[in-house]
Ligand binder design. Structure first.
Ligand code: PRT
Ligand code: ZN
Length: 306
């Protein structure tokens, strides 16, 4: 293919940058495949072509994704808000473009950026760290919070193994991503202050897209919303006393008008089918049982199109 063929192809195929291999990769690929985008190429290929749609997937390090969107190399990117915000501040300092559009948060890759100190150390608040060394991969996000509070600190930049810095004598505290807290705990650290909360987001370049690409985007966005909506939603079926219906509707979270079906030979009871659009807890099912519901079935929903 010649360079001009490539350019023409680039104008037609929607390009999405995703993390090549890391914490966002599995969820991202599941989401794309949930939208019906079929990719068979192996993960070690930088560029993968979707088989059934004019979409190309670019597999890169997560740190490169915001820049690729902001430099208009790709049309869409899926990345953690932490990386996105940090990159924006870094690029502003470097005088690089930072415009993009956030399309939607994606409900995975949830974590927090937190300050942690050695477990035995007393804690009175962030001012305790005035003038001290803090190891982090996110100097800009940390500096923003510290500046708001008028606290000076010495950043120690580490791109990995941040949690070992205090024990190795490199820093007094750390500021790192935390999910379960297990890493901090096993390194003799305790979390004392959350400075930023993050999840994965879908972002787009801020320019108008070529019509061919816009068409593909208009096709996949409702599918994406459908996959996300279906994730928490459940289809609930049960048999219940007719007079308990108002209470049943009240306790099922996010329930829309249920379908009520007569039960042959049992005029006092009906079958109820309903979609619950929020997380369903065991407590709710137990309450349904107390209201006289029997044969309660909860079924996951794979796709949803409103
Ligand atoms: O190679 P590449 O540069 O692409 O990957 P990476 O190593 O920079 O990133 P990766 O794959 O570790 O994380 C990608 C994104 O996932 C992050 O930018 C966050 O948006 C999100 N994410 C969610 C996390 C975590 N949870 C997480 N727990 N990123 C990192 N961690 C690390 C954290 O740094 C610490 O080392 O996990 C450890 C703590 O986990 P817990 O569960 O013990 O608290
Ligand atoms: Zn990274």
């Amino acid at each position: 293919m010649s360079a001009s063929d490539n350019q023409r192809d680039g104008a037609r195929r929607l390009r999405i940058a995703i993390q090549k291999s890391g914490r966002l990769t599995d969820d991202t690929e599941r989401l794309l495949s949930g939208c019906g985008i079929r990719i068979t190429e192996r993960r070690d290929h930088l560029l993968a072509h979707a088989e059934n749609m004019p979409i190309d997937i670019l597999r890169v390090r997560d740190d490169d994704i915001p820049g690729l969107v902001m430099d208009h190399v790709v049309d869409l990117g899926i990345v953690g808000q932490n990386v996105l915000e940090e990159t924006i501040m870094e690029r502003e300092v470097d005088g690089l473009p930072t415009a993009y559009r956030e399309i939607m948060p994606l409900g995975f890759g949830e974590c927090r950026l937190a300050v942690a100190i050695p477990t035995e150390r007393a804690w009175g608040g962030l001012p305790d760290l005035d003038g001290q060394k803090i190891a982090t991969t996110y100097p800009y996000l940390l500096r923003r919070v510290m500046r708001e509070q008028g606290i000076k600190f010495k950043p120690v930049l580490l791109t990995g193994s941040v949690e070992v810095a205090p024990r190795a004598g490199l820093a007094d505290a750390i500021c790192d991503l935390v999910c379960t807290g297990a890493t901090l705990q096993s390194n003799g650290l305790r979390e004392v202050e959350t400075i930023y909360r993050s999840e994965a987001v879908l972002i787009a370049r801020d320019q108008e897209l070529y019509p061919e690409k816009q068409e593909v985007l208009d096709l996949i966005l409702p599918r994406l919303r459908g996959v996300l909506a279906a994730r928490e939603s459940k289809y609930i079926m049960m048999n219940a006393p007719r007079e308990a219906l108002p209470q049943i509707k009240r306790i099922i979270p996010g329930a829309e008008n249920p379908s009520i079906i007569e039960l042959e030979g049992d005029p006092g009871r009906v079958a109820v089918h309903v979609v619950s659009r929020e997380k369903l807890f065991w407590e709710t099912l137990e309450s349904l049982k107390e209201l006289g519901a029997t044969s309660i079935l909860v079924v996951p929903i794979e796709k949803m199109l409103d």
